[in-house]
Design a binder for this molecule. Structure first.
Ligand SMILES: [Zn+2]
Length: 199
């Protein structure tokens, strides 16, 4: 048996082994979870690969672990479930290889003491977004190191979508930072002010 035949047999064994391990779905779900970067809080229920247009799309159905309590999507406070909301929702996720990836999951509403009926928080996406948290982080990073138009073109989304992502990421970051922490005095930069008004 020559080296090429041996290599072919070895490859076949590896592929078969992969299929065998995937029969019960456990290892494939683990693989998908790693590739999608979903973390331990998220359970993959199922997946399906679609051939859409020129690119394949991996659709992954996700949910939170059962022990996780429902929280308000706006403030994060634990709140009782209100209703099923708009049913299943879809979030565009980070591309996997040459294919796109979408997360699909329920988006029920909770009854927040402050905000009333509001879509519940999901760990994989920011409130009010059609994109996953990881995808937004990636696009915003590209928009910062380059520009919003280039980021929009690269990911096939609108400039407005990129801008909205930047706003959400900035709001989240500002929510974690007290801008007045350590402030001793407030002064107006007169030079900067004049320069700004002159242009
Ligand atoms: Zn709330």
């Amino acid at each position: 048996m020559g080296p090429r035949t041996h290599a072919a047999r070895f490859l076949c064994c590896r592929l078969f082994e992969g299929r065998q391990r995937g029969v019960d779905g456990v290892r494939i779900k683990t693989l998908l979870s790693r590739l999608c970067g979903l973390g331990r809080e998220v359970v993959i229920e199922s997946w399906i690969l679609w051939d859409r247009r020129a690119r394949s799309c991996l659709e992954v159905a996700v949910r939170h672990r059962a022990r996780r309590r429902s929280r308000c999507g706006r403030c994060g406070v634990i709140a009782p479930l209100y209703d099923r909301g708009g049913g299943l929702r879809r979030w565009r996720h980070v591309d996997i290889g040459f294919g796109t990836c979408e997360l699909v999951g329920a988006a029920p509403r909770v009854d927040c003491p402050e905000h009333g009926p509001t879509v519940a928080e999901v760990v994989w996406a920011r409130h009010g977004s059609w994109f996953s948290r990881a995808f937004e982080d990636l696009v915003v990073h590209d928009a910062i190191v380059g520009n919003k138009a280039a980021a929009a073109d690269r990911y096939g989304i609108s400039w407005r979508a990129v801008n909205n992502m930047c706003v959400r990421v900035a709001q989240e970051a500002l929510g974690r930072v007290d801008l007045l922490d350590g402030l001793v005095a407030v002064a107006i930069d007169e030079v900067k002010y004049r320069r700004g008004t002159a242009t």
